[in-house]
Structures are given as C-alpha cells and as structure tokens.
Design a protein around this ligand. Sequence first.
Ligand SMILES: C[S@@+](CC[C@H](N)C(=O)[O-])C[C@H]1O[C@@H](n2cnc3c(N)ncnc32)[C@H](O)[C@@H]1O
Length: 247
Amino acid sequence: MADANLPEHVARNRAYWDGLAHDYVDSGSLNWESEEPTWGIFSLPESEVGLLPKELDGRDAIELGCGTGYVSAWLARRGARPVGIDNSEAQLATARRYQQEFGLDFPLLHGNAEQVPYPDESFDIAISEYGASIWCDPYLWIPEAARLLRPGGELVFLVNSILSILCGLGRIPPPPRQDDRPPPRQRLHRRAADRSPPTRRRDHPLQTHQPRLGPPLPLRGSLARPQALRLSPGGRRRSGSSRPRRR
Ligand SMILES: C[S@@+](CC[C@H](N)C(=O)[O-])C[C@H]1O[C@@H](n2cnc3c(N)ncnc32)[C@H](O)[C@@H]1O
C-alpha cells in the first residue's frame, strides 16, 4: 500500500520505524541465534512463561508486526509455517538478511497489520510481540486477527504493562535524526485525534507522553513484569508471566 493510502498513524509509524530499524539489527541477531525464546523486559524464558501454543507443528501462524522476524523464526524451528507482516521495509530488510544467514525461509510481507492481505480463516495462530499489539489501533488489529484465525485458533500477544510505561521502563527510544522526520507533535504512534467515545483515546496519557520518552533505562528490581496474554475464542485468558528475573 502506498504511503498516501495508509491511515495517518500507520504512515507515521512507517517513517518512524524505517528510521529506527538500524538500532534493532544487533538485538535481532541475538534473538535469531537464540534457541529458546525469551520474553519481555526481563527476558523470561519460554520454559517458564509458556507463551507459545503447545502444538506448533504444521500450524499456520502469522506474526503481526514481525520486525526483524525472530519470533517467526522461533515458530518455524518448532515446525510451524509462519508468515510475517511488518509496516517497515527497513525492519523487513533485516529480517530477510537473517533468513539468509540462518537458513530459514518464510513469507515476509510489507504492510499494515490492521489490514492483512490474507483471506478469512487462513491461520491457526496470530502472534505479536510488541508489534501490532502496541503500535496498531486495538479496535482494528484485534478484529483483524480474529478474522484471520480459523475456529479454535489462538491469538498470542505481548505488551508493556501499564505500570512499566507509567514508571518509564521499557521506554520507546527517541526517533532517529532525519531531516524529513515528522515534527515532534506528529510523532504519535497511534491515532490520537480522530476518536470519539467510547474509546476516548484523545485523553489517554500515553498518546502524548510516549513520543517524548527517552531511551530505555537499565532495569533493576521488580517494578514491572511482562504482560503476556493468550486469548482463545472461548474467552479463556491466562497470564503468561511468571516471576521477574533480575538482570
Ligand atoms: C518493537 S518492534 C517489535 C517487532 C519484533 N518483535 C522486533 O523486536 O523486531 C515493533 C514493530 O512493529 C511494526 N509496526 C508498527 N506499526 C505496524 C503496523 N501498523 N503494521 C505492521 N507492523 C507495524 C514496526 O514496523 C516494528 O517493526
């Protein structure tokens, strides 16, 4: 989709992430190398968290906001058939580079996770690790994930806890220095101005505070834990986090 046809918040995010992608190259490599997935700001291992569905072999998965693609790589190594979609071509360039380097191949799409070019019921698993789950409009990407899932499919996603955001942990890095970047007041990552009740996001403090936050702080102690939810159509919900691990 051409930038001009993108919703405004998605176009801004595209420019933002294209500029930020180089900062994610090294961490992407470490995650691609890692045999065991780790999750959240405390890097809790999958063996403790149990975030991934138990049955992965032969299951179709879509990663919504795949970035450098390591979550999809973890799924592929466990027998799933992942597809990654991301809004940033620069992030996908890193993902493609690592696909070659690590000898894994799966489709990578450049696009908006709020509007995925796949038919209804194409996947068994939809997953997002700090991707669509924090950068997309929840009133768009979650229904889109539901549309993409087959009956009995699972949506798995990871976000920052509200407490960690309020305390300034897990901060979004400052935007890259670029002449053509949007002016500061426009660097909101989700729509802020065009919502009416019941969503009331105009008044949401994160809308205005996040873009001004600085780089991540070194994490100490147990102020915040990753919030990992697994949802299934029956409404079953379970927390995916366990004890915080100190770094
Ligand atoms: C923090 S990264 C998380 C991705 C991955 N776990 C990683 O760390 O590389 C956030 C990603 O969400 C992507 N993103 C933001 N808005 C998006 C949208 N509307 N559709 C698809 N991807 C989006 C960004 O381009 C970025 O690659």
